[in-house]
Write a protein that binds this ligand. Structure first.
Ligand SMILES: Nc1ncnc2c1ncn2[C@@H]1O[C@H](COP(=O)(O)OP(=O)(O)OP(=O)(O)O)[C@@H](O)[C@H]1O
Length: 455
């Protein structure tokens, strides 16, 4: 597909000239004559490259101000400044602000095409490096500054350099794999591989082959996850789903420090740290005889718990911001502002699917928010399943129900729901809740007591 280039210049003949040269080279060109047109064009579909004039006559914002906005919303979008006579110093300043390069008017067609090609290539390489880093887990970070997340991060930092086996528990989508990747990244094995095997998605028949590999009589070998992870970390996701037979074999590997491939006889020695995860209560699985107790103790030398998102609602704004930037980088959708009303709903929802569900919702909201760059995400855009945790809007069935009550009763119901939702939103922190809702801390305590909330 042809690369899409936006040319921002107040002079019509420059727009035409640059557009013509780029189209002759097989690019697609769009043009804008001022800042408003430029921002509208970028908002409707992110171009692959922007040529941006520094001095824009009759425009609300000049080139440097537009550059600043572009770098805020689309940090990876390459921008080449067009400088006229006397604006070279500004062009150099623009490079410090994140522009890729500049060309000086009047310019040669060859130079223009070369700069465009180089900027596009540099941007492609940057994206490729980032994708590789993300895939290898290097760039993945456990975000959130709630006390629960701070504790988790400290635990991971402390445990990482040891060689101990770790059992990570937590509900689905809460970040167990990310915690395991972080652990690996901070360990002495970080330059070795991080291999994932999911016991819930591999059939019991294939589980042993996936873990141990195969070996035929004529000596042909297929490497399994344990061998692949040599020198690094093997992450066994949903370990509780491991069939009993495989549990026996894994236990033997842990005791003997070696194993044989399926069908083979030669012993394979590997140096692998095993990190496992479970979204089930593994102690209960042990009590009920579904998981070997001795294996449980060997795998769970250091237990780590990842809290559900509902236990750390304060992290939600930071996560939303992070996912917006991440999704924007990969899809080109513009980063949005989430309105106070929508944020309140998102923070009071219980998120049974945890961080993964939040990320999916952020993506859906970015798509639904439409093409204009300044569109604010309001609570109306939220899907019904999330909106259900909202205190009832006027006109809703709940509001009609309240209408049937005397003021005192209706007020009490509303106050109770409102305060519970706000306290949850601030992770149970009464001082921050009081500050946000505009009440004295002691008055809020009295109110909660009178409504029978909390202690
Ligand atoms: N604290 C966090 N900061 C940033 N991203 C996070 C955080 N926690 C989870 N994520 C992201 O949420 C998604 C789900 O996380 P992950 O796959 O680690 O969860 P999980 O608990 O292993 O899920 P499952 O139980 O389904 O295997 C991933 O995209 C991950 O990068």
């Amino acid at each position: 597909m042809a690369k899409d280039i936006l040319i921002v210049d107040d002079e019509a003949d420059i727009r035409e000239l640059v557009g013509g040269i780029l189209e002759d080279e097989g690019f697609q060109a769009r043009a804008a004559k001022n800042s408003d047109e430029a921002l509208r064009e970028i908002g409707s579909r992110r171009p692959s490259l922007v040529f941006l004039d520094i001095w824009l006559q009759g425009s609300r914002l000049d080139g440097l101000e537009i550059l600043e906005l572009i770098k805020q919303d689309h940090p990876d979008l390459p921008v080449v400044m067009i400088s006229g006579h006397g604006t070279i110093e500004t062009a150099v300043a623009a490079i410090k602000e994140g522009a890729y390069d500049f060309i000086e008017k009047p310019f040669q067609a060859d130079r223009l095409v070369l700069v465009a090609q180089r900027a596009l290539e540099a941007s492609r390489l940057k994206r490729e490096v980032r994708d590789l880093r993300e895939r290898s887990g290097e760039a993945a970070q456990l975000l959130g500054h709630s006390s629960a997340m701070n504790q988790l991060r400290h635990a991971v930092q402390r445990i990482a350099p040891t060689n101990s086996r770790v059992m990570i528990s937590g509900p689905s989508g809460s970040g167990k794999e990310l915690a395991a990747r972080t652990l690996h990244g901070l360990s002495q094995r970080s330059s070795g591989p991080f291999i994932v095997i999911n016991a819930a998605t591999i059939t019991p028949e294939n589980m042993e082959i996936a873990l141990f590999g195969t070996e035929t009589q004529d000596g042909r070998r297929q490497v399994g996850a344990l061998e692949e992870a040599h020198g690094g970390t093997l992450f066994i996701d949903e370990v509780a789903d491991m069939p009993r037979e495989t549990q026996n074999r894994i236990l033997r590997v842990l005791v003997d420090q070696n194993f044989t491939r399926v069908g083979g006889t030669s012993r394979v020695h590997v140096d692998v740290r095993i990190v496992s995860s479970t979204s089930r209560d593994l102690e209960r699985e042990v009590q009920e005889g579904r998981f070997r107790e001795d294996l449980y103790h060997r795998l769970s030398v250091v237990p780590v718990r990842v809290p559900a998102l509902a236990e750390r609602r304060e992290d939600i704004p930071e996560l939303i911001q992070h996912f917006m930037m991440q999704i924007s980088r990969s899809s080109g959708l513009p980063v949005r502002t989430v309105g106070e009303d929508a944020l309140a709903v998102l923070q009071s929802h219980d998120w049974p699917g945890n961080v993964r569900q939040l990320r999916n919702n952020v993506e859906r909201l970015m798509i639904l928010a439409g093409g204009t760059p300044d569109a604010i995400i309001t609570s109306e855009l939220l899907p019904a399943e999330v909106g259900a945790s909202l205190p009832p809007a006027p006109g809703s069935t709940r509001a009609e129900h309240l209408m049937a009550l005397p003021l005192r009763d209706a007020r009490e119901i509303f106050e109770r729901e409102y305060l519970i939702a706000q306290i949850n939103r601030f992770g149970g922190n009464i001082s921050r809740t009081a500050e946000f809702i505009g009440m004295e801390r002691s008055a809020l305590h009295r109110k909660l007591k009178s409504l029978g909330i909390g202690s």
